[in-house]
Design a protein around this ligand. Structure first.
Ligand code: SF4
Ligand code: SF4
Length: 472
């Protein structure tokens, strides 16, 4: 029986409810009156539930799709302005005891290089990341209680935060590790992590069990209920995601929104971010062997619908996607992207030798961070290295309050400009610096609150004089 407030995976992600939702969406995909009503509801910026959003996903009426895209762009502008937050993944270890059939780190893969970074290697990797200009990392590790126990992850987080190289610093470490216990989540919280990210991969229980035939990840309920344990452990920023391509996308989309509704219903705060990875080629993985791949157009539609369904949730696109696809979906609601990523264990300090392939997937966007920053600014986006909220204690519902009160222009916007200024001073090429300085001048004028505008202008000047780390 479907119950969004239940703490049982099979009740808050009810298969029956998803099937009913898909049937309802099919029956109403040409119901213009209902579709208009749903779009009007989305215009109020209060989001849509999984049933309403699924009707729009099924709808193929060109004029209605146009309206949806326009609304997604408008909501993106109202809530996130033209800022795009940048981050990089850092793979700590690819030892893994699970058997996920879509990931080259699965235990049976004997020819991939297995690596685990030592603390000395982490210092080198993080120094290299700081030298690019990164301030925000997402750490990744396979599940292996012997090689990657929680103590190892905690030690790595401590090392990362402790490295202060030139003007560099990693100010926010998000963590993407396997589902774990409340006690371990509490330890992660105490270690000062930003968001805890865990992709569901698929919400379809039967497929989930087939795709994860061995290892602790096989347990669908334990995996699906992980965010509840994380929140119980005190982590209030959690990041959801599915791996599009494993199962029917409409099923996943409904499941994803039901998960968001569940977190809101039980914990009073929805997901902090949603990631939308698509299955990619990797060492012994051929995406063509999975028959649920989605086109770029469907992918864009999903991004637009996530934007209008959960307006307060950040949306993340990684370098799995090409520059062209990223350009297509940025205006539709994406708020965070990775840049200059390496998906191997190590590889930032020194490129990994070809014979030592430890990549989790092939990167489609291989540009440097300077090229990504330059590209964003030429499209009139503000690249942001902001990490202020978590450091100011604005997490969970306090962060949501900031969004809901539309205070983002007086907060995120100046923070973006100040962190961009730091990047330009410390790491940018001459050309990027020139474009960036002009952009900062222009964008300072768009801060509505005169006092905030004045303080931000002063801080921008201070940064040029060598001072760092200002935030609202
Ligand atoms: S997806 Fe994660 S858990 Fe599965 S094999 Fe890869 S690293 Fe291990
Ligand atoms: S102020 Fe907070 S919400 Fe805004 S960009 Fe910075 S960290 Fe994100």
């Amino acid at each position: 029986m479907y119950n969004s407030k239940s703490l049982k995976a099979e009740e808050f992600i009810s298969d029956e409810e998803i099937r009913d939702t898909l049937a309802y969406a099919d029956a109403n995909k040409d119901n213009v009156e209902l579709i208009d009503w749903i779009i009007e509801k989305a215009r109020e910026r209060k989001g849509l539930n999984h049933r309403e959003a699924s009707v729009l996903l099924a709808c193929e009426i060109p004029e209605k799709l146009e309206e949806i895209y326009e609304l997604a762009q408008q909501i993106k502008k109202d809530f996130y302005g033209n800022r795009i937050v940048l981050f990089a993944p850092l793979y700590l270890s690819n030892y893994c005891v699970n058997g996920c059939v879509y990931c080259p780190y699965h235990m049976k893969n004997k020819h991939i290089a297995r690596k685990k970074l030592t603390q000395e290697e982490i210092v080198k990797e993080v120094t290299a990341l700081q030298d690019m200009g990164h301030k925000r990392l997402a750490i990744e590790a396979g599940e292996d209680p012997v090689n990657n126990p929680i103590e190892y992850i905690l030690e790595c987080i401590q090392t990362i935060y402790s490295i202060k190289h030139k003007n560099g610093a990693i100010r926010r470490v998000n963590v993407n590790i396997a589902a774990t216990t409340v006690e371990n989540y509490r330890k992660l919280k105490e270690a000062g992590i930003g968001t805890y990210i865990l992709f569901q991969e698929t919400y379809h229980k039967k497929s989930y069990e087939q795709l994860h035939p061995t290892g602790p990840k096989h347990d669908y309920a334990y995996h699906t209920e992980a965010m509840d344990r994380a929140m119980e452990g005190g982590i209030d920023d959690v990041g959801l995601g599915v791996l599009f391509g494993l199962e029917m996308y409409r099923y996943e989309f409904a499941g994803l929104l039901m998960h968001a509704e569940h977190l809101e219903a039980v914990h009073g705060v929805g997901p902090h971010t949603i990631s939308v990875p698509r299955l990619k080629r990797a060492d012994d993985i051929d995406p063509d062997t999975f028959d649920n791949g989605i086109s770029d157009d469907i992918f864009a539609k999903i991004c637009a619908l996530i934007r209008i369904s959960v307006p307060y949730t950040g949306m993340i696109i990684s370098t799995r996607e090409s520059q062209a696809v990223r350009e297509k979906v940025l205006p539709l609601g994406v708020s965070q992207i990775s840049g200059a990523s390496r998906t191997s264990v190590g590889g930032y300090a020194e490129p990994e030798p070809e014979y030592e392939n430890s990549e989790q997937f092939d990167v489609s966007d291989t540009r440097t961070l300077d090229e990504v920053v330059n590209w964003l600014m030429k499209m009139d986006y503000i690249p942001s290295f902001c990490t202020a909220c978590y450091r100011e204690g604005r997490t969970g519902d306090r962060f949501m309050a900031l969004c809901k009160n539309m205070q983002i222009l007086n907060c995120c916007h100046p923070n973006a400009l100040m962190t961009l200024k730091e990047y330009l001073e410390d790491y940018a090429s001459e050309e990027t610096k020139k474009i960036g300085m002009a952009l900062i001048e222009r964008e300072l004028q768009n801060i509505p609150n005169p006092k905030v505008k004045q303080i931000a202008t002063e801080h921008i000047h201070d940064i040029a004089e060598g001072r760092r780390d200002f935030r609202f």
